[in-house]
Ligand binder design. Structure first.
Ligand code: ATP
Ligand code: MG
Length: 891
């Protein structure tokens, strides 16, 4: 490495400063844990800005106003091809992506000019201009023009590729994913013949080169990809770029690969020192794997990943175990990887302070996992040795045995191979692959998407939490604001210790006022607050263990397990309660009016509406609906208390509480009663139901109740939608206003509406009759006048032609009949504006004439289309004159 060259940290700083100089706001890196559930880890600098790319306000915590230009250094984790990490020269599992972003501000031209200035400017990176190459998307002439004409890059330094190469995300138009996307332009640096003897032209074919190194990708997200490959224009055009910091550092420092640069060299040296095995470049795969992996392992654990058997925890554990195995191959028999963490902190802690604050925890987690894995290795080796003893030299270890070692002991198969080889035994790899495949299929079959899977994947963690702390204490019947402790945070099927700002996860609390979805009632929404932070609760669900999972997005600060949080239910809970109590009253009213054969078949209780499905054979009459609505409103104005009690199930039933058919209840049930009945004729109507939901304290709080619709759902099942409280009042107001508008358009009062509408309909009908009458007369008049009519001799047939105007296609057929008859021709051709109808007499058809062929020939000449039978055909034309001229050759 050139000692006077810039360090990686200096390059990072220069980049950010360069773009600050171009009016960009510098923002900190997002966590390596992805900000959205599309990926496990953050894979690109743009990922935290998806909302801004889709037109969301570019506001950022801690910064006043809007910022349409942003620059970041984003730590990214890409682990798609983990077996290759440490083997290719260009890929790291953890790397830093430098980015400049425009949210509807500058576009292609500035992005390209600035990238060029930064890379080649002598006061910035000072790359040799002659060694620069780029690719553009095949249809992106704009980018090609900027590169050649404005930057002055020779055209033979540019390749055009299609969407699998130069679109981001790759192939987004054809395959997705949905979201912001667009063409891109990649910038390459030619590292020279020492790196390979291929040429830039070869790259067009191979798309793989050790010599031409992609350092920067400029993406021009101008579309929002939607279902079915629809590319909708984004309201604004955006810019998203990603420059690989480590790759640029390799060029600047003129080192052959990452492993000799200022970040990796100290790690490689330490591995050599610890193992007593010097680094020998290319052949020292183990040194490189360890140096590479320890960075991503340390960073992700600092960001909150907990090593486990699922999701992110599994991926990182696999990477750590791979490093650990290479340490073992280097002869190291004690945990050592954790001692490399301080070097990672030294190199990256300046830019990523969480590494410094979490160092101790990170080291402890890595050390514990190393110890565990070494134990596994030792146990596996003992077991494998005893297996090998029973196999002669030259024999084969069954694939299934290798798989059992791998599956139950976590013993890596290549280590099995290595040890077996030392005993002169080979491993049945096909058999191993087969067992692996079978196991994967079993796993796939077992995982069906849905709630149970969500809970299933983290069931272990939740079981532990429930065993230790018991079920979540729910206090939300009486309180909307309470304090609880965070017992667990789960996301992507694994447990986290910390949830950083901008991330989402399910949070388990010891105590909560949030109602979890159940009994038709939606889960509560609201806020969590704690010293230094806040999060939004978007939904609440309950696990089979009785734990409440709050779906949280952290807005500020970070949320940690053990923190006490203030949980505040959003005010729309009150509206939900109104709808829930109204649902009970509706249920009781339906049974009173329609008979006790009515059974609840489903329900939805939300803040904005209620939906109630029930068994009943016929559609409800307007009178029935009015009566039901009135009954419920009588309860409302009576303002009865609504109470709940817990009773043994038998007693609840004996008291006549309505239980839902097919629903399972425990021994003790909650009974919700309205303390007072209303009168329907002689009938006393009361409401008492088994229900775990949230209700108003008095029926008066419901305010008002309106049925919005009643419809059939399936045979014998009806659905009512209704509104309570303000939603009901608003609905009535809007309906009245619409009626008022309609009435004033008709010069009437709302009460006169039905009568006036009937009058208008009658007069429209009458007018239509008159119009069609007039049209017929118009056609006849034109035909009778003979204007525009002629008879021609074509191909031995007598053809009558009439050119009319203003006659619709339907009337045209009648005109053709008339013409054919009156002119006693073989064929009649009638054209009006852009329509044509051709009729042929029976006799003409028998002699080989075809109306269909005539229309096809006319359409071919006159631009249009059409066809039909030999005796009758019709079509549309763009140019009637040309079509008529083509008649001559049509028969
Ligand atoms: P490549 O084609 O070389 O795999 P890419 O096309 O996947 O890279 P982008 O997604 O365009 O890369 O990311 C932008 C930049 O980030 C790249 O130009 C490169 O400099 C850098 N980069 C991408 N992946 C890695 C990686 N695994 N390790 C180091 N740098 C990377
Ligand atoms: Mg690329």
């Amino acid at each position: 490495m050139n000692p006077s060259a810039l360090t990686t940290a200096e390059i990072r700083e220069r980049y950010l400063r360069f773009f600050e100089g171009k009016g960009h706001l510098r923002l900190p890196s997002h966590s390596t844990l992805a900000p959205d559930p599309t990926t496990l880890f953050t894979v690109a600098g743009m990922q935290p800005f998806k909302t801004q790319f889709l037109g969301g306000a570019p506001r950022f915590p801690g910064h006043e106003g809007e910022h349409r230009r942003v620059t970041t250094a984003q730590k990214c984790v890409r682990v798609g091809d983990i077996e290759n990490v440490g083997r290719t020269r260009r890929h790291l599992s953890l790397f830093e992506m430098m980015g400049n972003f425009s949210f509807g501000d500058y576009f292609k031209r500035d992005a390209i000019h600035w990238a060029w200035e930064f890379l080649t400017g002598s006061e910035w990176m000072g790359f040799d201009k002659d060694r620069m190459y780029v690719t553009v998307y095949k249809d992106d002439d704009e980018a090609f023009g900027i590169w050649t004409e404005e930057i002055g890059l020779p055209a033979d330094h540019i390749h055009r590729f299609d969407a699998d190469e130069n679109f981001w995300p790759a192939d987004a138009p054809a395959k997705g994913p949905n979201g912001p996307c667009g063409p891109c332009s990649e910038i390459y640096y030619d590292r020279g013949p020492a790196y390979g003897d291929d040429s830039w032209d070869d790259y067009y074919r191979t798309r793989e080169s050790a010599r031409f190194l992609e350092v920067w990708n400029l993406v021009f997200p101008q579309y929002d990809r939607q279902d079915g490959g629809v590319l909708a224009d984004l309201p604004f055009k955006n810019i998203d770029t990603g420059m690989g910091l480590e790759r640029v550092a390799s060029v600047v420092q003129d080192v052959p690969d990452f492993y000799s640069n200022d970040v990796f060299k100290p790690l490689i040296d330490r591995v050599a020192e610890l193992s007593g095995q010097p680094y020998q470049g290319e052949s020292s795969v183990s040194h490189r794997v360890i140096a590479e992996h320890i960075r991503s392992v340390a960073m992700t654990i600092a960001d909150g990943v907990v090593l486990s058997n699922t999701g992110r925890g599994y991926v990182i554990r696999k990477i750590l175990r791979r490093a650990s195995r290479h340490a073992y191959l280097l002869g190291l028999r004690e945990p050592v990887l954790y001692t490399l963490v301080p070097l990672v902190v030294q190199a990256m802690g300046g830019a990523y302070p969480e590494l410094v604050s979490e160092q101790e925890r990170v080291q402890a987690a890595i050390k514990a996992e190393e110890a565990r894995f070494l134990g596994t290795l030792e146990a596996g080796i003992v077991r494998l040795s005893s297996l090998l003893e029973k196999i002669e030299r030259g024999g084969t270890l069954p694939g299934e045995a290798a798989f059992t070692l791998y599956d139950t002991f976590g013993f890596p198969v290549d280590l099995t191979k290595e040890i077996a080889e030392e005993h002169g035994v080979s491993v049945d790899e096909l058999g191993f692959d087969q067992s692996l495949k079978e196991q994967q299929e079993r796993a796939r079959a077992a995982s069906k998407y849905g709630k149970s899977e969500l809970f299933g994947a983290v069931a272990e963690v939740l079981d532990e939490v429930a065993a230790e702390h018991g079920a979540t204490e729910f206090v939300g019947y009486d309180q909307l604001d309470a304090t609880g402790r965070v017992l667990a945070i789960v996301a992507g099927g694994e447990a986290l210790t910390r949830l950083p700002a901008g991330s989402r996860a399910q949070v388990v609390l010891s105590k909560t006022p949030f109602y979890a979805e159940g009994g038709g009632e939606v889960g509560d929404r609201g806020l969590l607050e704690w010293p230094g932070g806040a999060g939004r609760v978007e939904d609440t669900q309950k696990t089979p263990q009785g734990l409440f999972l709050h779906e949280v997005e952290v807005l500020e600060g970070s949320l940690e397990v053990g923190t006490s949080v203030r949980a505040v239910v959003a005010p729309d809970r009150q509206a939900t309660e109104r709808h829930h109590t109204a649902t009970h009253l509706l249920h009781a009213a339906l049974r009173a009016v329609l008979g006790s054969g009515v059974r609840q078949a489903g329900s939805l209780v939300a803040p904005d509406r209620l939906r109630f499905d029930f068994t009943h054979a016929a559609a409800l009459t307007p009178e029935q609906l009015r009566e039901i609505e009135l009954l419920v409103n009588r309860w409302v104005s009576a303002d009865f208390p609504v109470t709940y009690r817990y009773l043994p199930i038998d007693q609840a039933r004996a008291e006549g509480a309505m239980a839902l058919f097919g629903e399972k209840y425990g021994d003790v049930v909650r009974v919700v009663s309205v303390e007072g009945s209303v009168q329907l004729g002689d009938l006393e109507v009361a409401s008492k139901e088994l229900c775990g939901g949230a209700h108003v304290n008095r029926t008066g709080e419901i305010g008002a109740f309106v049925i919005v619709s009643e419809e059939g759902l399936a045979a014998g099942v009806r659905r009512i939608e209704a509104l309570a409280g303000e939603a009901a009042v608003r609905f009535v107001r809007e309906s009245l206003e619409r009626a008022q508008q309609a009435a004033s358009l008709l010069n009437a009062t709302p009460a006169q509406l039905p009568e006036r509408v009937a009058q208008v309909q009658a007069s429209v009908k009458d007018l239509n009759h008159q119009i069609s009458d007039l049209k017929t007369r118009l056609t006849q008049a034109q035909m009778g006048g003979g204007a525009g009519q002629e008879v021609r001799e074509i191909g031995g047939f007598k053809v009558a032609v009439a050119q009319l105007s203003g006659v619709e296609a339907g009337a045209l057929r009648g005109a053709a009949d008339t013409l054919l008859e009156r002119s006693a021709a073989d064929l009649a051709v009638v054209v009006s504006d852009s329509s044509v109808v051709v009729k042929a007499s029976k006799d003409a058809v028998a002699r080989g004439a075809s109306a269909g062929k005539v229309v096809s020939a006319m359409a071919a000449a006159g631009g249009g289309k059409g066809g039909g039978r030999p005796d009758m055909a019709q079509g549309g034309l763009q140019d009637a004159a040309k079509a008529l001229a083509a008649l001559e050759g049509a028969l």
